[in-house]
Design a protein around this ligand. Structure first.
Ligand SMILES: Nc1ncnc2c1ncn2[C@@H]1O[C@H](COP(=O)(O)OP(=O)(O)OP(=O)(O)O)[C@@H](O)[C@H]1O
Ligand SMILES: [Mg+2]
Length: 371
């Protein structure tokens, strides 16, 4: 389990400075690439992550200077100059950093002024792999919201006449011959199919706040697994790898079941007949998302994954899976993942699709109940 122990340290028990690791070891253990720049612009220190990120050793950086790594007009140079001149911290998000050799990397660049050391700057890079997950998630929610208005209007306009059409077809069936009855039966079944689609859309367009209560996510997952094994997932080998000490989530029980059912159903549909599906949970410290609008950042330490070993989503739809009506499945409506994204968003969480090493993973991160 990766949860940090919750320790209360009394003053007398606090470890003495001599027992702390050496500052250089701490500096080198920091996962974010970091540079310390002296007032004359020269590199004073670079941690190991920074050596990897800049593809240059600390001694090379100290000797040749870090600026030689970037072209004259690099926006990175401009940001460093700005921070030095203005003497305040700067965060430049989603910057395209171009290296002299042509290599390009997207990263957030954070510059901090050292308060008691005139002219000294700490520079850190946050490569975009993690942050883009958040942006994409916000994008999913945006896509879902824009579809909500259209879907709600459609549902309202179509549902009323549908019951009229169904009733009329049933009436008609008593006064037509056998061929005619085949047609009226077809009308009724097609009307039922459309009504079913609209019912699903209505769940998706409901924008009222959910009533959330503390939920055990393992109970939700086990219920979903049992439903799958007894029905659409018969023959599939389900495996559960749970962190037993996972805290509760603030959740809407029925909505969570519906969302995980959709994910497991997709996984079954993507798996071969005797395929394997794994459900995992874990506690991951350190993943925080900035709430759009409020600017507040929220911790999302509960991780739930649905993993299958099928072929993965076709490349042409992989970036749009969470948008409504995107489907590559015969007979699929493309509403399943849009509904999952809405439920996860309503819970303040994020969802990500990941395909690697022959495995397809849908990863959901949620806040804990106490938060
Ligand atoms: N586990 C998966 N492996 C491979 N492709 C997947 C997986 N999950 C989803 N997909 C792809 O994403 C598409 C969209 O999924 P979504 O659940 O939204 O709709 P659907 O399954 O097509 O229809 P339905 O609305 O009936 O669920 C699927 O058609 C499929 O191509
Ligand atoms: Mg589906």
């Amino acid at each position: 389990m990766s949860r940090a122990p919750h320790a209360v340290v009394s003053t007398s028990l606090r470890p003495r400075a001599a027992l702390l690791p050496h500052p250089t070891d701490i500096w080198n253990a920091l996962p974010a690439p970091m540079l310390l720049l002296a007032p004359d612009g020269r590199v004073a220190l670079a941690n190991v992550a920074c050596e990897t990120f800049l593809n240059s050793s600390q001694s090379q950086l100290i000797e040749r200077g870090w600026e030689s790594l970037f072209p004259e007009d690099s926006p990175l140079r401009a940001v460093v100059d700005e921070a030095r001149l203005a003497r305040h911290d700067i965060a430049a998000y989603d910057m395209l950093i171009e290296f002299t050799g042509g290599r390009r990397v997207r990263a957030d660049v954070l510059l901090g002024i050292l308060p008691d050391a005139e002219g000294w700057l700490a520079l850190s890079f946050q490569p975009r792999a993690v942050t883009s997950l958040v942006d994409r998630q916000i994008g999913h929610q945006g896509a879902a919201r824009s579809a909500v208005g259209v879907a709600a209007m459609l549902a309202h306009e179509i549902k009323n006449p549908l019951s009229g059409i169904r009733g009329a077809a049933q009436l008609l069936s008593s006064s037509v011959d056998e061929d005619g009855q085949e047609l009226t039966t077809l009308i009724v079944s097609e009307v039922d199919r459309v009504a079913d689609l609209i019912d699903r859309m209505e769940g998706f367009t409901d924008t009222r706040p959910r009533t959330l209560a503390p939920e055990n996510i393992h109970a939700v997952l086990s219920h979903v697994r049992k439903l799958a094994e007894a029905g659409f997932g018969a023959g599939i080998a389900f495996r559960e790898r749970y962190d037993p000490s996972l805290p509760l989530v603030m959740g809407d029980h029925d909505a969570l079941i519906q969302a995980f059912l959709n994910l497991v159903k997709n996984a079954v549909e993507a798996s071969p007949p005797q395929g394997k599906i794994t459900l995992t949970t874990a506690f991951r410290q350190g993943f925080r998302v900035r709430q759009p609008g409020s600017g507040r950042s929220v911790s999302l330490p509960l991780e739930v994954c649905v993993i299958d070993e099928g072929e993965g989503a076709p490349v042409h739809i992989a970036d749009h899976l969470f948008e409504p009506f995107v489907s590559a499945r015969r007979g699929g409506t493309g509403l399943g993942l849009a509904q999952v994204a809405k439920v996860v968003g309503d819970h303040g969480g994020v969802i990500e699709y990941d395909r690697r090493d022959g495995k397809t993973t849908f990863r959901i991160l949620l806040p804990v109940a106490s938060a």
